[in-house]
Design a protein around this ligand. Structure first.
Ligand code: 5GP
Length: 208
């Protein structure tokens, strides 16, 4: 019997570098799936519909909420973001690990619905570094950067409610490797929890 996959939540303020961490984590891991979110924000340069996000209008998004098609949703800096429910539970039952890259309000909703999820908060090394990264990225206007920095502080307060916290200080390659080792250890230990690995006990006891 297959053990269920993990539902992994990654949160962290805009600019904490979740994208880099997740790219590295998913790279070459065929058993792990990244959930593509829906949003009403406009696409950034290079972002594609269905790959980075499902971009939709406010009306389309609200219709999906009304039809119960969102596992969670939240408003962030004046735009909707949400996790489409389709596929996620199927993947988990097939034994695949599913990664959600979502902000803190959404993470709270998932924790309530699926207490067995594993939540990881990605912190930047400092507030100064966070601001530097947001400015360097050059994808947002000044007003949005200010809004995101204000929200970032509030978000980091909620890091205490997560299962794990990691600091993304990955300017050097060597540091990414260390960070990835930490994340992979979390995943390995979570899979060995008795609550998830019961089928191993049955298999050995029943001599299957
Ligand atoms: P961005 O606009 O920078 O792509 O994302 C802004 C924030 O929305 C990030 O903190 C990101 O993690 C979060 N986010 C992305 N997708 C979802 C989602 O499906 N649900 C929720 N609640 N937050 C999301």
């Amino acid at each position: 019997m297959n053990n269920n996959g993990l539902l992994l939540i990654f949160s962290g303020p805009s600019g904490a570098g979740k994208g880099t961490v997740l790219k590295e984590l998913l790279n070459g891991n065929d058993n792990m799936k990244l959930s593509v979110s829906a949003t009403t924000r406009t696409p950034r340069e290079g972002e594609c519909h269905g790959v980075h996000y499902f971009f939709m209008t406010k009306e389309e998004f609200e219709e999906q909420i009304a039809n119960g098609q969102m596992l969670e949703h939240a408003e962030y800096c004046g735009k909707y973001y949400g996790t489409p429910s389709s596929q996620i539970m199927d993947w988990i039952e097939e034994g695949r690990d599913v990664v959600l890259e979502i902000e803190v309000q959404g993470a709270r909703q998932i924790k309530e619905k699926r207490p067995d999820c594993v939540s990881i908060f990605v912190l930047p090394p400092s507030l100064e570094e966070l601001e530097k990264r947001l400015r360097y990225r050059n994808t947002e206007d000044e007003e949005t950067i200010k809004k995101r920095l204000a929200v970032a502080r509030q978000e980091m307060e909620t890091a205490r409610d997560y299962d794990y916290v990691i600091v993304n200080d990955t300017i050097e390659r060597r540091k990414i490797d260390t960070l990835m080792k930490q994340i992979n250890k979390i995943i390995a230990a979570e899979k060995l929890k008795v609550s998830r690995a019961k089928s191993n006990i049955e298999r050995v006891l029943n001599n299957d």
